[in-house]
Ligand binder design. Structure first.
Ligand code: BTN
Length: 331
């Protein structure tokens, strides 16, 4: 985690907007000034721009627009988040890589982060478009050791955690579409894919995968996705610092996981769901294994199942399914 670049970047971020003396850094790291200079040169080639002023030192002028391993680790260190991050420029799927890591007995929690996926997966066998390096694809690896029925509300809780964070921190009016999408005005800004390996009495491994559309501009989506996807930059009206955003997201999701494991989440989930529920009061259709259910979205029950209310007041409970808004055809 503490590679040289990460330490240098951490110093620069901490001192910003002041300068950091190259000499002082060289001394602290027991390196020659030439070697420090060559590090800066390497980072320039990776998309950084530094301002170097005689007798004052260096400061960051511009950060790379895509995820960068050392910069992400530097932001994590500034937030005092200590977690192993496996950073891959390209991977088939971060969830698949997480599976491989688990098979090799990796530490938990840990995180797999990538700038591109060649086989990004969504729920119900769908493809998650992952060909734009301005977004975040990441998977968290946990070993919760909880009975499977205790895990039922995990995805909902983690989705709510992300939703609340982006509303509070970025003023992004993002809502949750049960059970695993984050949407804004009917367009998807993030999706969650939770996969678990369950023994009879406990959840042995848990992979929480999340794709976050961060800085993709509307004209960059391929046809077919443009109409249904949005990004945080589009919602906020400005580009986000993707490495800082990813570090915050990792911090918030690890805290969310800890609260879940400590059983310190249920009241808040039930209390806050309505604040962010994109289906509340809307006419919706749920395709379930038992058939199609249509009615008004009426929140979630104590088990986290979707409640659909008919005009006559009858309520139907949907435990699993694919939900769309009946009027606008957003799925
Ligand atoms: C969905 O909306 O159906 C869920 C999409 C989940 C996408 C993320 S991207 C990171 C992780 N790796 C994957 O292959 N999928 C999840």
């Amino acid at each position: 985690m503490s590679d040289l670049e990460t330490i240098i970047l951490q110093e620069l971020l901490t001192a910003s907007p002041e300068y950091v003396s190259g000499e002082a850094v060289a001394e602290r790291l027991d390196l020659s000034r030439v070697s420090i200079r060559s590090r800066f040169e390497k980072m320039r080639q990776e998309g950084f721009d530094f301002e170097a002023v005689r007798n004052r030192g260096y400061r960051i002028k511009h950060e790379p627009p895509t995820l960068h391993s050392s910069l992400l680790n530097a932001y994590l260190a500034l937030k005092h988040v200590s977690v192993p991050v496996l950073f891959l420029e390209t991977v088939d799927s971060t969830n698949s890589e997480a599976e491989r890591q688990l098979a090799q007995g990796c530490d938990t929690p840990s995180v797999v982060v990538s700038t591109r996926q060649t086989e990004g997966r969504g729920r119900m066998g769908r493809v998650w478009f992952s060909d734009i390096d301005k977004n975040i694809y990441m998977s968290f690896i946990f070993r919760p050791q909880l009975p499977p029925d205790k895990m039922k509300k995990f995805t909902l809780w983690m989705g709510l955690t992300v939703c609340e964070f982006v509303n509070d921190t970025y003023a992004a009016p993002v809502q949750i579409k049960w059970p695993n999408d984050l949407v804004c005005e009917g367009k998807k800004v993030a999706g969650i894919l939770t996969e678990a390996r369950v023994d009879s009495d406990h959840t042995r491994d848990l992979i929480f995968g999340i794709g976050l559309n961060v800085n993709t501009r509307p004209n960059q989506w391929p046809t077919g996705i443009a109409g249904i996807a949005t990004s945080f930059s589009e919602i906020c009206g400005e580009s986000l610092n993707i490495n800082e955003f990813a570090a915050s997201m990792i911090q918030v999701l690890l805290q969310g996981y800890d609260a879940f494991i400590a059983d310190d989440y249920e009241d808040k989930l039930i209390r806050s769901w309505g604040d962010y529920d994109s289906l509340q009061g809307r006419t919706i259709t749920a395709k379930t294994a038992q058939g199609i259910v249509t009615g008004y979205g009426a929140g979630i029950d104590a088990e986290g199942a979707l409640v659909i209310e008919q005009a006559n007041g009858t309520k139907q409970i949907v435990h699993a399914g694919d939900v769309s808004l009946t009027m606008k055809g957003v799925s």
